[in-house]
Design a binder for this molecule. Structure first.
Ligand code: AMP
Ligand code: MN
Ligand code: MN
Ligand code: MN
Length: 276
């Protein structure tokens, strides 16, 4: 059984439609696929009408951006009810925060010399579901303001960049609570990708568990084997479940291929035992 429990579509910053994502997953031999767009269930809802056409199990999910002190965390919710009304209201507010942030970033880009940035981003905001930093990075690359995608983050969009805007997401405890209210399992996404040392990461995992978090991602692309083992030990120690997923965004991003990530360690309880 191949399960990929972290994936993006055009409903956030992925390049495929939900339908195309499912087709690719079937082609890659994925048996169970979670759709986890940033702060949106639009892709999940779009697929509800088509899912019966496919021989694959769809896990309806979301990846919520959340604040924890000075850090921005990503909390995946698996098996949420995408029509849950409190979750819908929550996501609507997150989208409003995203809208305001994209405009503020556009103003900063224009100030830094990117001509027409405000006008161009206003058009993007009208034309697509949401504007993530991924879209702004592509825009800066297309405009010739940077020579590669990574530099768009480094020079403009990441902390310290010319167009950086501190985000204003709901807090970690709010993200966990809303996922549980909507019937889902809260999963701490890619724990080793946050800019914190091991001691703080340990503190985060304890806090996450205390606030009602239930699972953490242990298997994802490029995780260092030693770190994977450390996460697996914490999963055991704090009675958590372990999750896995590629964090797939686009077929042209070879560092996150659909269905590809290291294997689940034997010593942990996998997250899918929560719904099997
Ligand atoms: P946002 O949620 O709008 O702040 O955008 C965050 C998304 O941008 C992440 O989910 C990644 O897909 C992408 N991202 C963040 N940092 C980088 C980076 N340094 N290089 C490439 N993509 C990045
Ligand atoms: Mn993303
Ligand atoms: Mn993420
Ligand atoms: Mn993701």
């Amino acid at each position: 059984m191949l399960r990929d429990l972290h994936n993006h579509t055009q409903a956030s910053d992925g390049s495929l439609s939900p339908h195309e994502l499912v087709e690719l997953a079937v082609e890659r031999g994925v048996d169970e696929l979670a759709i986890t767009d940033h702060d949106s269930v639009a892709g999940v809802l779009a697929l509800r009408e088509q899912a019966h056409d496919f021989d694959i199990k769809i896990v309806e999910g979301v990846e919520i951006s959340a604040g924890w002190g000075k850090h921005t965390l990503h909390i995946v919710g698996l098996n949420i009810d995408p029509e849950h009304s409190a979750l819908s209201s929550f996501l609507k507010l997150q989208q409003q925060k995203r809208y305001t942030r994209a405009l503020e970033m556009a103003h900063k880009m224009q100030k830094a010399g990117v001509e027409q940035a405000v006008n161009d981003v206003e058009i993007m905001l009208q034309e697509q579901n949401m504007v993530c930093r991924t879209h702004l990075a592509q825009y800066l690359l297309d405009k010739g303001a940077v020579n590669n995608f990574a530099n768009a983050f480094k020079k403009y969009l990441a902390k310290g960049g010319k167009a950086f805007v501190k985000d204003d997401w709901f807090e970690l405890e709010d993200a966990i609570a809303i996922i549980k209210q909507a019937g889902g399992v809260p999963v701490l996404a890619h724990p080793t990708r946050y800019k914190m040392g091991s001691n703080q990461l340990h503190e985060l995992i304890q806090t996450f568990q205390r606030l009602g978090g239930e699972a953490i991602e242990v298997c994802y692309p490029n995780i260092h084997p030693g770190k994977k083992n450390l996460l697996a030990n914490w999963v055991q120690k704090y009675n958590l479940l372990a999750s896995q997923g590629s964090d797939f965004h686009s077929p042209d991003k070879p560092w996150a291929l659909l269905g590809k990530f290291p294997p689940m360690p034997d010593k942990v309880t996998p997250v899918w035992t929560a719904w099997q």
